[in-house]
Write a protein that binds this ligand. Structure first.
Ligand code: 4AD
Ligand code: MG
Length: 491
């Protein structure tokens, strides 16, 4: 037989239905004859109001985990349509209300960063977890609808893909923690020079090189994976461990095809968010956040931000034009920078921000064709590459506030040109004698050019930066549950 039709909360309330609500007490109000508690469970910003006798409310305080069983009834209060008239209340576990660090009051983000293991219980932090989960689902849907294969490249690698020297080295040396915490082992102690893999290995800074291998096998691949950078940058945009969304596309010959994937994917993600419950709650949360934190975006600005992603097309300008635009703006007195924009120096964050705000008009902007000298070895030359100012077929996607959100390029797929570029970048390439060396060199990567090489390109998007941008949270340390950055590790 078909299931009975779902009842609305109101119909359930009229029927006097008995319910059990499991959750955490967000706040309690105790009066002479009656007590009220707001109970939340992280599934929504909303709480359920439960009504108790003073005796029932005895052990209740902010943070206590409870199971309240009672009758769901229409509420006489203004704040909610229905409430739970408690019959029984069970306190589910210990809670020390005197020392609980998340009392009901405003906490600064810096204070909350010292409590990553607890702060995700706060309604807004729970919402960010649901946002992360939902974005992952939208991204997965977009890629599977467009014939991309999700792959799982390795975390332990031998190459510093970006060549920035910001790798964490993997070590098999025994940890120097108290012996009581280590596994009892019969193995002889490790010698410090006893490298587990013979040659040094690193936590990956980017999956790109391995994605290139897999794209040549199945055409279009993507991954959302942890990446690691031993960057000492103390900024609201950098972490030591972050998630990167990367895609690689074989058989494309034009950079604009890669940019189109970025643009269409982000448009699909923003549209999905806009029409979702999580999206609605993010906008609702903005109204409250705003009161306590005057740096927070308003609800209207956040909605505009999403719309800016949904509307298109996004401007695409060359790096050369960007430098000219910046130089011109400085000369006109429209803006002042700490660093003078210079062709060979790359773009500083302040430059990226100005470009997004002035040319992107508050939305995203692609900057393409950067000078070869400031980009990694694997990038292919621009179509209009010239001898006096050689450029590469690459792009950065810049958005307001967050600045660089995505970096991508066409990859050099011709063997001689790639070898030359590796030599120019001081990498072991042409000079290596063994063609299939497992010594940490990039010989395996060169094999991809030796055998059935195809034109291809791809990109990497900072997933946590995307979360910042879409949620309006200005610091990446507040959208990652357990953030790690230089000299900071809390739990
Ligand atoms: O621009 P990046 O360094 O590009 C690459 O690693 C390419 N190999 C990706 C590819 O083409 N497959 O990094 C890509 C993005 C940046 O645009 C930025 O959004 C993010 O990763 N990112 C970081 N996010 C947080 N913390 C850090 N330390 C980051 N470094 C880069
Ligand atoms: Mg980059």
């Amino acid at each position: 037989s078909p299931p009975p039709p779902a009842l609305s909360p109101h119909q359930r309330a009229l029927s006097g239905e008995t319910l059990t609500v499991n959750g955490f007490v967000r706040s309690v109000r105790k009066q002479k004859r009656v007590a009220f508690a707001a109970i939340g469970d992280g599934s929504s910003l909303h709480t359920v109001q439960a009504v108790f006798t003073p005796e029932q409310a005895d052990g209740l305080s902010t943070g206590v985990a409870v199971a309240v069983t009672g009758r769901w009834t229409p509420s006489p209060g203004q704040e909610q349509e229905h409430e739970l008239q408690a019959d029984t209340v069970r306190i589910l576990g210990q809670h020390d209300s005197a020392t609980y660090p998340l009392q009901k009051k405003y906490h600064t983000t810096e204070y909350l960063r010292t409590l990553p293991h607890l702060r995700s219980r706060l309604p807004f932090n729970s919402l960010l977890l649901r946002l992360r989960s939902q974005l992952t689902a939208h991204i997965s849907t977009y890629f599977s609808n467009h014939d991309f294969i999700q792959v799982h490249p390795p975390i332990i690698t031998s190459s510093d893909c970006e060549g920035a020297g910001e790798v964490f080295t993997v070590s098999s040396e025994p940890p120097s923690v108290p012996p009581s915490l280590t596994r009892q082992s019969q193995d002889p102690p490790h010698q410090p020079d006893d490298l587990f893999f013979q040659t040094p290995k690193y936590l990956t800074v980017s999956n790109q090189l391995h994605l290139e291998a897999l794209a040549q096998s199945v055409g279009r691949v993507w991954t959302l994976s942890p990446t690691f950078r031993a960057e000492k940058s103390d900024t609201p945009r950098h972490l030591s461990e972050f998630y990167m969304l990367e895609a690689e596309i074989a058989f494309v010959e034009d950079l604009s095809d890669v940019m189109n994937v970025v643009e269409n994917m982000l448009r699909a993600v923003a549209s999905g968010l806009k029409s979702s419950h999580v999206g609605q709650e993010l906008l609702d949360a903005r109204a409250h956040e705003h009161e306590e934190d005057n740096t927070a975006l308003s609800r209207a600005t956040l909605a505009q931000r999403w719309q800016g992603l949904i509307d298109g097309p996004w401007p695409r300008i060359t790096y050369d034009a960007a430098i000219q635009h910046l130089t011109h703006a400085v000369a006109q007195g429209l803006v002042q920078f700490d660093f003078v924009p210079e062709y060979q120096q790359g773009l500083q964050t302040e430059h990226e921000r100005f470009l997004a705000e002035s040319i992107g008009q508050g939305g995203p902007i692609f900057v393409t064709d950067y000078p070869r000298s400031i980009k990694p070895f694997y990038m292919a030359p621009s179509a209009s590459d010239s001898a006096d100012a050689p450029t590469v077929a690459c792009f950065d996607l810049l958005v307001p506030e967050t600045c660089e959100l995505v970096g991508g390029s066409m990859r050099e797929h011709r063997l001689p040109e790639l070898l030359k570029s590796m030599d120019d970048h001081g990498l072991q390439g042409a000079s290596s004698s063994s063609p299939h060396a497992s010594d940490g060199s990039l010989q395996w990567y060169l094999d991809l050019r030796r055998y059935g090489s195809v034109p291809h390109g791809g990109f990497g998007l900072g997933f946590d930066r995307l979360l910042c941008y879409l949620s309006g949270v200005s610091n990446i340390r507040d959208v990652v549950s357990f953030p790690r950055w230089h000299k900071r590790y809390e739990a």
